[in-house]
Design a binder for this molecule. Sequence first.
Ligand code: GLN
Length: 486
Amino acid sequence: MEIKSCLTIHEVGKLLKKKEVSAVELAESCLQRIEKLEPHLKAFTTVTAELALKQAEEADRKFKHGEATPLTGVPAAMKDLLCTMGVRTTCSSHILESFAPPYDATVIKKLKDAGMVMLGKTNMDEFAMGSSTENSAFFVTHNPWDTARVPGGSSGGSAAAVAAGETVYALGSDTGGSIRQPAGFCSIVGLKPTYGRVSRFGLIAYASSLDQIGPMTRDVTDAALVMNTIAGHDAGDATSVDCPVPDYTQSLTGDIRGLRLGVPKEYFTTGMQPEVSQTVRTAIAKMEALGAKVDWEASLPSTSYALAVYYVIAPSEASANLARYDGAKYGFSYAQTENMWEVMEKTRQFGFGPEVKRRIMLGTYALSAGYYDAYYLKAQKVRTIIRREFEQAFEKYDAIVTPTSPTVPFMIGEKTSDPLRMYLSDVCTLPINIAGVPALSLPAGFVGGLPVGMQVIARPFAEETIFKIAYAYEQATDWHRMKPEI
Ligand code: GLN
C-alpha cells in the first residue's frame, strides 16, 4: 500500500487510530522508502527491517486492545550512539563496528514501552565529533535538499532520514549543536533539552557534562509528543533531574502576545552569511508581529569565548570517556600480538579515526599536570561566566532567539581540510550546552533553495516556553510543510 510520505507523528497517529492504516503497513511503507532513497542519502548505518515489522505487529495488537500511546506504531530511527539491546551500536566508528549492547538506553526502553517501531540506526560523525557527518568511519550522509551538500552533524543521519521521509521521527544527541545544527540544515525541528531533563543512561558518552538526547521531528507538535515520553528522572543517570514532566502539548497554544524575546547582537557577527542573518531577522520580525516584545539589541558579551571553552572542555571529557576502548572490553580488538600494551595501542591506532584521535590528544594535553590550570581550570571558570550571562539575560527575557548556524548547508568536502572552519559551524549552538539551557531549532526559511534554521533558547527546564514560541511561529508560516524533492 502506498502511504503518503513525510507525515508527522500526530498525522500518522490519527490514521492508525481510525484504522485507516495498520502499523505493519506503515512500517513496510517506510522500509520501501528507505530502500529507494538510501543509495542517494546513506542516512542509516543499520536497517532493522525484521525488528520493525515485529514491533509493528505488536503495535497493531496494542491498538486492538486499546493500549496505544501517541507514539504506538510510529516508525522511528535512532542515532547510532544510543544503546539498543542486541542491535549493533557503532557510534559510526570501526572500534565499535560489531558491538551489540546487552541492554537498552533508557530513552530506547521508554520508546519501546510506548510502542515504537524502530526502523534502524542512523549515521553520525564518529563518536559525535563533527558537524557534517563526514567523520563517520563508514560513509558520508547526503542532505536531501541537495545531495552534494552535508546534512550537518553529528546527528546528520537522523536529520536526513526525517527530512526525506524515510522515518517519521528520530532521536539525536547534542553536545555542542549536534541535534540543532543538522535540524537547521535539513529544515526540521530539533530540540536539545535542558541538561538533566532526559536520561543519558545508555548514551555512549562524548563529553558527559554537555551531552543531551533530544527529538528530531517534522514539526513542533511532534517534538512535544516525543519529549512527553523520553523526559524524566532515571535512577540510571545521576545527573537526570527529579522534577515533574509536564504535558508539553499543553504549551502549543499559538499565543505569544507579551512574551519578551532577546536577540543578542553577538550572534549576528563575523563569518555569518548575510542572507542567513537577514532570513532569521525576518522570522523574528514575524514573531514581533504575532505580539512578542522583541529587544533587538540584547547582549551576551562572552559569546566569543564559548568556542574556545568548548574545545577545551569537550575534548578533555572525551579523552577520559574514550579511555575505556582498550581492546579488552568492547568491540574491536587487535589480535595479531600477545603483548597487552601492543593490543591497546594497536586497537586504538586502527579503531579510531583522525578526528577522534585529534580530540583525545587535545584533551589529554589540556588535562596534563603542567597545563591543567592554564586550560581546563580556566575554561571551567569562563564556563561559569557564560552561564551567569544567560541567567542574567533570562531575568529580562522569556527567550533568546538566534540563527542556528552561520551558513546554509555547505558542500561535501568543503571544510574537511580545515578543522577550525568546521568547528565554527557551531558558534551559535555551543554556548547553549556550556550554559546547560534548552534550545530548539526550527525551519525559518530558505536561501537559494537551502534551509535556514532559527534557534529559540530558554531558561533551564522552560522547554514549554520554547515550544510555545516555536509553535506560534510555525503555525504562522509554511516552512515546515515544504518537502525536499529527492
Ligand atoms: N560539532 C561539535 C563537535 O564536533 C558538536 C558535536 C556534538 O554536538 N556532538 O564537538
